[in-house]
Ligand binder design. Sequence first.
Ligand code: DGI
Ligand code: FE
Ligand code: FE
Length: 188
Amino acid sequence: MKLEQLRKSMKMVLKETRYQHVLGVEEVSVDLAVIHGCNPRKAAIAGILHDCAKSLSDEELLSECMKYSLPISEGERKSVYLLHAKVGAAYAKDKYGVEDDDILNAITYHTTGRQGMSLLEKIVFTADYIEPNRKPLPRIEEIRKAAYDYLDLAVYLILENTLDYLKSIGAFIDTRTNETYAYYKNII
Ligand code: DGI
Ligand code: FE
Ligand code: FE
C-alpha cells in the first residue's frame, strides 16, 4: 500500500482541517519513530490512518461495531465518538489493507491508550496530541520536549492533561483511560 494513496483516501473521507491534522500526526510520528528506533513506514501508515473513521456519526460508529463484531465498553456507550479508534482499525484492515497488528493496535488505542503500549502505539498516541496543527493545549512545550527524550513521560503528561480536561467538563471516563494513566504514572 502506497503512502500517497492512503493520504489521497484520507483527503477524500475527512474534512480539510481533520486531513491537515492527519498529515501533522504522520509527520510527527515519523520523526518520533526515527528518534526512538521504530519503523518509520509503520509510523507513517498508522499516523495517516489513525482517524480514518473520524467522519462517522454516532449511529454509523455503532452500526459498524455490529458489522465488525467489535465490543463496546461502558465508556464507549456513553461517549460514542471514542469508537472512531476501534472502527478506524477495522477500516484500516478491511478498506486499506493493513495487516500489521502493531499498526492496527496503534489505531485502536490512539484515544485512550492502554497499559504496556508498544513503541509504535506510544508514538501515535503522543503524535496525535503534539502535532503542530492542534490548537495550543496546556503544558504543550513540556510535553513536546518529553516526546523526544522520554516518551513514557510524554504519555503520562498527555493522560494527566486529558483526565484533568475530562473531569473539568464532567465527562465519563473510560476504564481504559484510567488504567493507562495509572500504569504510566507508576512507571515514570
Ligand atoms: O481524534 P482526535 O481529536 O485527533 O483525538 P483523540 O482520538 O485522542 O480524541 C480526543 C478526545 O477523546 C479528547 O477530547 C479526550 C477524549 N477522551 C480520551 N479518553 C476519554 C475521552 N473522552 C471520554 N469521554 N472518556 C475517555 O475516557
Ligand atoms: Fe482520534
Ligand atoms: Fe487524531
